[in-house]
Design a protein around this ligand. Structure first.
Ligand code: BDR
Ligand code: CA
Length: 306
């Protein structure tokens, strides 16, 4: 069974990614949090609530970095609501965070099981960059490194940059340059897998789980017959569950850190000029199969949660 450690900033779509993990056959070994969509205190509180709401057992939730390595804080509460979970209201968590810092947790967990754990990041890459700096061998110890972030076609927080990259470009540059092959699920694919009315209709009957999915998705964007909000972060988890859902191409990805208008842009060269690709970039997604996988996992989880 594939083991997953997820570093996240819940965040509506992070929550939907955690729900997907909970309904999958992946083994979740840890959740680490980072300041991103909302402040670290809220992303951590949301992760704790989600752990209990989604019945994730004793998986440790370990808080990490509150802000970017060097930049001023950028938040996305206008997208995710002041709580970070839109209009979804979860019972506050009973159990506390784990001791320690996310960066130590990432390093120690990967060290303890070399080649076994896939690291998934769905927020700004601050914790990941610090972990790479603390212990460069995590790059060899991680079975895989999968991110939701970046894009080779467009930005979302501004015309050039995707939010997770923009929020900490220096960290993203460190993560891309670390020596592993980053599996990059960017806006190029995530914006294609949107919650349409038909998708929402399959979420509505999911009992207690629907109390999270439906208001969260509804807050995230207007839902019509053929358009709706993208649940970006779930694509990273879906990739781990079934990479064949995505068409991918090797590329050299450089993260812009000095541009006046382009900081956080993931400059993607598919020609891989004379070098080793540092990324495998998702370029297409089988939308129908994606939703079958995701909704199937949600249905399984809903049965368990009642
Ligand atoms: C990414 O940015 C955040 O707002 C979302 O949670 C997702 O990780 C999409 O650009
Ligand atoms: Ca996120």
């Amino acid at each position: 069974m594939t083991k997953v450690l997820i570093d996240c900033d819940p965040g509506i779509d992070d929550a939907l990614a955690l729900a997907l993990l909970a309904g999958s056959s992946l083994e979740l070994v840890g959740i680490t949090t980072v300041g991103g969509n909302v402040d670290l205190a809220l992303t951590t509180a949301n992760a704790l609530s989600l752990r209990e709401f989604l019945d994730l057992g004793d998986v440790p939730v370990t808080p990490g970095s509150a802000g970017a390595l060097v930049r001023q804080t950028v938040r996305a509460a206008h997208v995710h609501g002041v709580s970070g979970l839109g209009e979804a209201v979860l019972p506050p968590a009973v159990r506390p965070v784990a001791d320690g810092h996310a960066v130590d947790f990432i390093v120690n967990t990967l060290r303890a099981a070399p080649g076994e754990i896939t690291l998934v990041a769905t927020g700004p890459l601050t914790n990941i960059a610090l972990a790479v700096r603390r212990e460069p061998r995590i790059v060899e110890w991680a079975r895989d490194f999968v991110i939701m972030g970046g894009s080779y076609t467009r930005g979302n927080h501004n015309p050039a940059a995707e939010f997770n990259m923009l929020a900490d470009p220096e960290a993203a540059a460190i993560a891309f340059d670390a020596g592993w092959t980053v599996k990059m699920l960017g806006l190029d694919v995530t914006l294609k897998a949107v919650v349409t009315r038909a998708v929402l209709d399959r979420m509505r009957p999911l009992g207690r789980l629907a109390d999270l999915l439906v208001p969260a998705a509804g807050f995230y964007g207007a839902i019509t017959e053929d358009s709706g909000p993208a649940i970006h972060d779930a694509c990273a988890v879906a990739y781990v569950m079934d990479p064949t859902l995505f068409g991918c191409a090797p590329a050299v990805v450089n993260v812009e850190t000095t541009g006046t208008y382009t900081s956080g842009m993931t400059v993607t060269d598919f020609k891989v000029p004379g070098g080793r690709p540092n990324a495998l970039v998702a370029t297409s997604v089988d939308v129908e199969c994606f939703w079958e996988l995701v909704l199937g996992a949600y249905e399984k989880l809903a049965e368990r949660l009642g």
